[in-house]
Design a protein around this ligand. Structure first.
Ligand code: FAD
Length: 391
């Protein structure tokens, strides 16, 4: 909870908390073991409107502002981190790029379906040899008749099978990428088997081969060679979403640890009375709260970019989003690691939830830009403020 919440935000947060308590928490261990999410959970998310949080009302969504979205997404992540990842990818960068750069026809075709949950979205930028450096994408898009032909391989596509549309980045010229709306029922769209991930096991992470996928001219979003810029701008939003996902994971770990510290007795007293464990709770709590505060601050910087200000520099949205993701993901890993320690031998057992949270938290330090890349982005913006023309 943040002190500046409106009554409406409080109500929506409570609604999301009730949803997470009823629909996610009871099944999260089972989904982790099964390495899959059931169809019903996507139907429930769609029914609640949570798949259309950032889609404006005129296109059938809830039209939330970013802080409201973050309040809801934190609760979903508190309930199940894999579901939150899927929701964050669906709601965040794809919708943002469509809204900012799509034609009215593209918006009318895709946004209502994304908002209702009829179509799930995925975002395919990474490749086997293009991760931290997306400018090295080698998937190629060539003009083909009136449309485009895409060939290449994408890695780690979250929602890559369940999605109905994948925003796919492909090389259109020597130094330009295009962003293409690729329907997953296109001939030549070939998702591989799900990756066996360390954490977020219920999340659908797949490789995708694009073997001569033909899409129409209307699949290209915006300018043919501006896709990398669109992706990097939208990743600011994506990173704020991942920051709040990490806050939800860290908060869940802290709550489990505090409850256990009161229940478990050693030396004739609850272990929560020991100063060494209180320090772990306090250090986890301030780090998670710091991550949340930075995520909301980044959301305000994001709103300022809408007015054409505050994109660059250490106070701009790119640095703030990177700070939020860096702080929150490392806080989540810290809190989950300390929670395992507080649970002692039980914490190391699959039966208890904290080992899963430890595995889940690690992912947030990697996707949508690793912690090393976040540090590089932040330092670059600080140096830019100090007059470094290369940043
Ligand atoms: C669960 C999961 C889901 C994902 N979902 C998606 C998705 O939906 N869509 C998508 O496009 N991608 C997705 N990804 C991919 C993810 O964004 C990349 O894995 C990430 O950006 C890192 O790229 P890489 O794995 O190629 O690592 P590399 O870029 O090879 O990096 C390897 C190591 O080198 C470090 N490094 C690299 N460059 C520098 C540098 N300049 N300075 C300092 N250190 C550096 C990195 O920090 C890292 O520690 C997902 C990944 C995971 C694990």
């Amino acid at each position: 909870m943040t002190p500046t919440m409106s009554d409406e935000q409080r109500e929506l947060q409570q609604l999301a908390h009730d949803f997470a308590s009823a629909e996610l928490r009871p099944a999260t261990a089972e989904w982790d073991a099964a390495r899959a999410l059931p169809d019903e959970i996507f139907a429930a998310l769609a029914g609640s409107g949570f798949l259309g949080m950032l889609v404006p009302e005129e296109y059938g969504g809830l039209g939330f502002d970013l802080p409201t979205y973050l309040h809801v997404l934190e609760e979903i992540a508190w309930g199940d981190a894999a579901v939150a990842l899927s929701v964050a990818i669906h709601c965040g960068p794809v919708v943002e790029i469509l809204l900012r750069h799509g034609s009215e026809e593209q918006k009318r075709r895709w946004l209502p379906a994304l908002a209702s949950g009829e179509t799930l979205a995925a975002f395919a930028l990474s490749e086997p040899d293009a991760g931290s450096d997306p400018s090295s994408v080698s998937t190629v898009a060539e003009r083909d008749g009136g449309g485009w032909r895409l060939d290449g391989e994408k890695r780690w596509v979250t929602n890559g099978v369940r999605a109905g549309v994948v925003l796919t980045f492909a090389r259109t010229s020597e130094d330009g990428l295009g962003a293409f709306l690729v329907p997953t029922d296109s001939e030549g769209y070939r998702p591989g088997a799900r990756e066996k991930t360390m954490g977020l096991r219920a999340s659908e992470t797949v490789r995708v081969r694009l073997d001569g996928v033909h899409v129409g001219a209307d699949a290209l979003v915006g300018e043919a060679d501006a896709g990398l810029r669109y992706a990097l701008e939208a990743l600011d939003l994506g990173r704020i979403g991942i920051a709040i996902q990490a806050v939800g994971i860290g908060r869940a770990a802290l709550e489990h640890a505090a409850r256990y510290a009161l229940e478990r007795e050693q030396f004739g007293t609850p272990i929560g009375r020991f100063g060494a464990l209180q320090a772990k709770l306090a250090d986890s709590a301030h780090r998670v709260a710091g991550g949340r505060a930075l995520a909301h601050e980044a959301a305000h910087a994001w709103a300022a970019t809408r007015n054409g200000t505050l994109r660059t520099g250490a106070a701009g949205v790119t640095a703030r989003a990177a700070m939020a993701k860096l702080a929150a993901s490392e806080a989540a890993s810290f809190a989950a690691d300390e929670a395992v320690q507080i649970f002692g031998g039980y914490g190391y057992m699959r039966h208890y939830p904290v080992e899963r949270l430890m595995r889940d938290a690690k992912g947030a330090e990697i996707y949508e830009g690793t912690s090393e890349i976040m540090r590089r982005v932040i330092a670059g913006e600080i140096l830019r403020d100090s007059g470094d023309a290369r940043s």
